[in-house]
Design a protein around this ligand. Sequence first.
Ligand code: AMP
Length: 254
Amino acid sequence: MKIVRRIDELQLTGDVGLVPTMGALHDGHRSLFRTARAESDTVVASLFVNPAQFDDLSDLAAYPRDDERDAGIAAAEGVDVLFAPSADEIYPAGFRTWIDVDGTGAEGKARPGHFRGVATVCVKLFNIVRPRRAYFGQKDAQQAAVLRRVVRDLNIDVEIRVLPTVRDHDGLALSSRNVRLSPEERNRALGLPRALHAAIGADDPVAAARASLNGLQPDYVEVVDLGDVKVLAAAVRVGSTRLIDNVILEGALR
Ligand code: AMP
């Protein structure tokens, strides 16, 4: 696996699959790498903790980083190129152009500027890497919905592949932020996937999930439409950690 830090060092041709990540890799990322590996001639993973998508600076400062471990995981999963640029490489002095997406749902309202940062960095990555397909996790459902909207609205020729959420043995969706949970918080956090699963099939899934959150205070519970699937999504805060999760209500991921 080649580690590349500068845009002008990337020389890619043919059928490329791109997996954008912020590092602190876990089995959710591994699943994206594996599918990209199976479907693409060349797999590029990006490792970039994108400052522009953090609405909360303490979250950015506390974001877990372990580049060496991440490189080992990416190499083991067959990634060909790990693109790990500096913030200056992506946002050089004088950077002034942003992609603003309307209608980013409750997650967008809860995190002002977040999806502007996500959309901008992903479009930059699409232009830099020129992938045929880009791989994202269902766990970040609103993110997947936003990126599908961006490539459609801006006629960007990239297929947005969305792969199922990978969960821990107890049902908690894997997240780089889970390492911040104390054992007691982790236990309480399990109320989120349980409430979402309990609401599948209810007449009013939003109300059903709210009613079974067991004292967890949701930022929101809402239905997000990804095109191929409709998911029931929610965000909760457990201690100082914000967690999101969702379950499929209708359809199947393509
Ligand atoms: P992140 O590094 O958190 O920005 O995530 C990089 C990609 O991995 C995003 O497309 C996420 O949706 C995806 N991802 C994160 N957690 C999971 C998970 N538990 N299962 C599947 N994909 C995930």
